[in-house]
Structure formats: structure tokens, C-alpha cells
Design a protein around this ligand. Structure first.
Ligand code: AMP
Ligand code: GLY
Length: 424
């Protein structure tokens, strides 16, 4: 069977890498892909948001299954469009993806179905938002309702910062139409974890737990990024907490979405804040996480294709997925300056050696190949992912590999995974 993976990040490289191991796969295309992906798949020069050209391509090439990485094509309705054309595709439909595409929709759903989350209100008027902010007091979190590439969430330590955030989103339109509406939310403290599940709208198969590292600097300092590293499992999610999350968060979300006429098929990702052993939802994503997917798929022992197919066909209850007991750690190597402005176009050295290393995969995000050389082309450039017995050894192997890879202006956090070691 021919597969098309849509997207160009480390998540998509990990998907292509995992799909490539399936005996049922004869060829993989990736649109648009990146330098690393091009070693395993034929990269096709079509943007991930060009739904029409992608469905035309899938038809022409007789693609048997398309797998969508990023959120934007999902919220645009790529899955619905493909299905209309009789094409098989893995991902959340447009009405389901709204759980990520509109934060107010997700919050209202959680309120309606009693799913634990931060207290909130939504506003379209700056003055009404300001009144609420003064009444509530700080700290608060101000969020643009729509998609803003992870930048639309502004924590505010005091009332002035909260009011500035409202102005930035509603008046200055810093995130465009995504800021027509805002959510003003209680500020939660604790430790974050990512909880991903496969679901066909009824049955649920949880992936192992994981944890991202959003801020750019060590000890979670500095501005948020797309994610600077991840590990799995996340020891903060104990067995008890796992049960609570499934019962109080995942199950009611899946059944609530079905009750709303938005039966959810695909991967559902709950971003959680854990406080005193209890989880609350910070946000939902309608897709695999990046970089969480890199360590998660390193730990997936089963063939991924039957899981994707069963999700589409509504047969997940008949599937068993096996996971590696070992821990996986992914350290993201980025361009200096990211998430602000940064330079690209530098040759990356040391990658050849890593290809031979057992239990290590270097997933590419912002790279291109020019004249046979691998060149940096984005903010997040590589995700060095290692699998070992225990988080400590996985951290060791990941960082030993990171030290062998260089380019001008490379930056990475030094403390990926450390929280898991402190968690007892
Ligand atoms: P989101 O895109 O909604 O996941 O938000 C991005 C990041 O902002 C999260 O990973 C948290 O670090 C932070 N965040 C979001 N909502 C809250 C909240 N209510 N309290 C504290 N931090 C939050
Ligand atoms: N790792 C965060 C995300 O995928 O949104």
C-alpha cells in the first residue's frame, strides 16, 4: 500500500520512520517533508494546507492511506474533503478538530460534560474582558480563541499584563482572526503532562504518557516554543492518576463529542496540568504532539498501520498495541534565537555517524538537502531521540549523540528529562 504523510516536522519524520517499518507499506510520500524525511519517503512539493492539490495527488498516485500531522489542515477539513473523494485518511474531521481550533468550543464542551479544567469566561469585547479581569484579579491566562501556532496563550502576572494581553489580541489583532474572541482563564500551577489516545469515536487506546518542555531555556525559563524536548513515560502520571484521566477526562470527552454530533476519530491529545495528584485540562489538540510523537513512536513495538486503519474503520476494540518498556527521550536542537528571529542555511555536521547508532534516531524538522549536504532551514532543526532502560540512561544516550552533531549557532536545552528524575 502507498502512504501519504502530510506535514514537514519532526513529528512527521517519526511517523514516516514508523510507517516505513510496516510490511504492508510499499511506498511513502510526504508533503512537503524535509531533508531527513527524504531519505525514507518521496517528498512532494505540495503545502500541508493545500487540501485540494493533496487530494488530487492522492487520487492520481492511488495512495491507500493518508496520515495528517499538523492541526491547520485538520481544522480546514482535509479529512472530510478526502472522505468525500472516497480516499482513506487518518485524522480528526473538521467538526472534531474544533476541539483544538477553538479554545472557547473546547472550554464550553468541558463545562457541559463536567471535565476538569481551569475556570474561565469568553469575551469578544475588550471592555467586558477588562471588567472581568479587574473583578478576578491576577494571575490569569489570556488566550486567543483560534489557532495561533502556539503563541496565542499569554500568562499574566498582574492586571496590567492581563489588560495588555487583551489589547494585543482583540484590539491590535496580533493573531489576526484567531483573536476575534478570547478566553480569560484561571492560572493553574503544577506540572504538565501530555496524554494522547487513539480513538475511533467509541473505543480508546491510550499511548504511553509523555511530557513536553515548552519554554526555550533550562528550568522552564523564557518564552514558550513549539517544544524543546520530550520524554516518555512521564512518572508524574501514576497508575491512579492514569485511571482518573481516562475516567474523568478522556472518556467523557469522547462520549461528549459523539453526543454533540462530532464523533471523534484519530488521535486526541490532552495537555494536562497536574496539581496535588489531580489532572485538569489545559488544552486539547486534535493530532499527534510534536515533539512527544518522537519518543512515543520509538516506544511503539506494534505495526502502526493496523492501528491507523482500525481507527478509521471503527475497529479499535479489536486491536492490541504493544509498547517498549524502555524509556525514550528526545532533545530538540534548534537555531540560536528561536523562538524569536534566527538565521538558517548552515551546514549540519555529524549526522552520518548517528545513522549507525543503535537505539538512537535523529528526527529532522527544519532541514533541507542542498548539493548532498544537510542544511538548517527552521527554528527547531533536529530531535535527537534515544531509547534506553530508564529515563536516566535515555537522557545520557540522547545527550552523547547531541554532542556529536554541530552547526553554527546550534542551541538546545541541557535539562531535558531532568524533571522525570526528580519525580519520585
Ligand atoms: P495551550 O496552547 O493552551 O496548551 O497553552 C500553552 C501553554 O501555556 C501550556 O502548555 C501551559 O504551559 C500554559 N498554560 C495554558 N493554560 C494555562 C493555565 N490555565 N494556567 C497556567 N498555564 C497555562
Ligand atoms: N508539544 C506540544 C504540541 O504538539 O502542541
Amino acid at each position: 500500500m502507498k502512504i501519504l504523510v502530510v506535514g514537514s516536522g519532526g513529528r512527521e519524520h517519526a511517523l514516516v520512520w514508523k510507517i516505513n517499518q510496516s510490511p504492508s507499506v510499499s511506498k511513502i510520500y510526504c508533503a512537503p517533508g524535509n531533508g531527513g524525511i527524504s531519505r525514507l519517503a518521496e517528498c512532494v512539493d505540495i503545502q500541508a494546507t493545500d487540501v485540494h492539490s493533496l487530494s488530487k495527488f492522492a487520487k492520481q498516485e492511488r495512495v491507500g492511506l493518508t496520515v495528517v500531522g499538523p492541526e491547520v489542515p485538520l481544522t480546514m477539513g482535509m479529512v472530510d474533503e478526502f472522505e468525500k473523494e472516497g480516499l482513506r485518511i487518518f485524522g480528526a474531521g473538521k467538526k472534531s478538530a474544533e476541539i483544538e481550533g477553538s479554545k472557547s468550543f473546547a472550554k464550553d464542551l468541558m463545562r457541559k460534560y463536567g471535565i476538569p479544567t481551569a475556570e474561565y469566561r469568553t469575551f469578544i469585547s475588550r471592555d467586558e474582558a477588562a471588567g472581568y479581569i479587574r473583578e478576578k484579579g491576577a494571575p490569569l491566562v489570556i488566550k486567543a480563541d483560534g489557532l495561533a501556532a502556539g503563541k496565542g496563550v499569554i500568562p499574566a502576572k498582574n492586571i496590567e499584563e492581563a489588560l495588555d494581553a487583551v489589547d494585543l489580541i482583540i484590539v491590535k489583532k496580533a493573531f489576526g482572526e484567531a483573536g476575534n474572541k478570547i478566553v480569560v482563564e484561571e492560572f493553574l500551577t503544577g506540572e504538565e503532562a501530555s496524554f494522547l489516545v487513539f480513538t475511533d469515536g467509541e473505543s480508546v487506546i491510550p499511548l504511553p504518557t509523555s511530557q513536553d518542555h515548552k519554554p526555550i531555556f533550562d528550568e522552564d525559563k523564557g518564552p514558550n516554543t513549539g517544544g524543546m524536548g520530550a520524554y516518555s513515560p512521564a512518572p508524574i502520571v501514576t497508575e491512579d492518576l492514569h485511571r482518573q484521566i481516562m475516567k474523568e477526562i478522556i472518556q467523557p470527552t469522547i462520549s461528549g463529542m459523539a453526543a454533540e454530533g462530532r464523533k471523534y476519530k484519530g488521535v486526541l491529545y490532552a495537555g494536562l496540568m497536574i496539581t496535588d495528584g489531580k489532572a485538569k485540562v489545559l488544552e486539547f489538540n486534535a493530532r499527534f504532539g510534536d515533539p512527544e510523537t518522537q519518543p512515543l513512536l520509538m516506544r511503539m513495538k506494534s505495526d502502526i498501520i493496523p492501528v491507523l486503519e482500525a481507527t478509521i474503520d471503527g475497529n479499535l476494540s479489536q486491536i492490541k498495541v504493544e509498547w517498549d518498556e524502555r524509556a525514550a527521550v528526545c532533545v530538540v536542537m534548534a537555531s540560536e534565537g528561536y523562538p524569536g528571529s534566527y538565521q538558517k542555511g548552515f551546514e549540519i555536521y555529524g549526522l552520518e555517524e548517528t545513522l549507525k547508532m543503535p537505539n538512537v534516531e535523529v528526527f529532522h524538522s527544519g532541514t533541507v538537502i542542498k548539493d548532498g549536504k544537510i542544511i538548517s532551514s527552521g527554528g527547531r532543526v533536529l530531535g535527537v531521540t534515544a531509547l534506553e532502560h530508564g529515563i536516566k540512561d535515555a537522557i545520557g544516550l540522547a545527550y552523547r549523540t547531541v554532542k556529536d552533531i554541530h552547526w553554527e549557532g546550534v542551541y538546545y536545552r541541557q535539562d531535558i528529562g531532568r524533571k522525570a528524575l526528580n519525580c519520585k
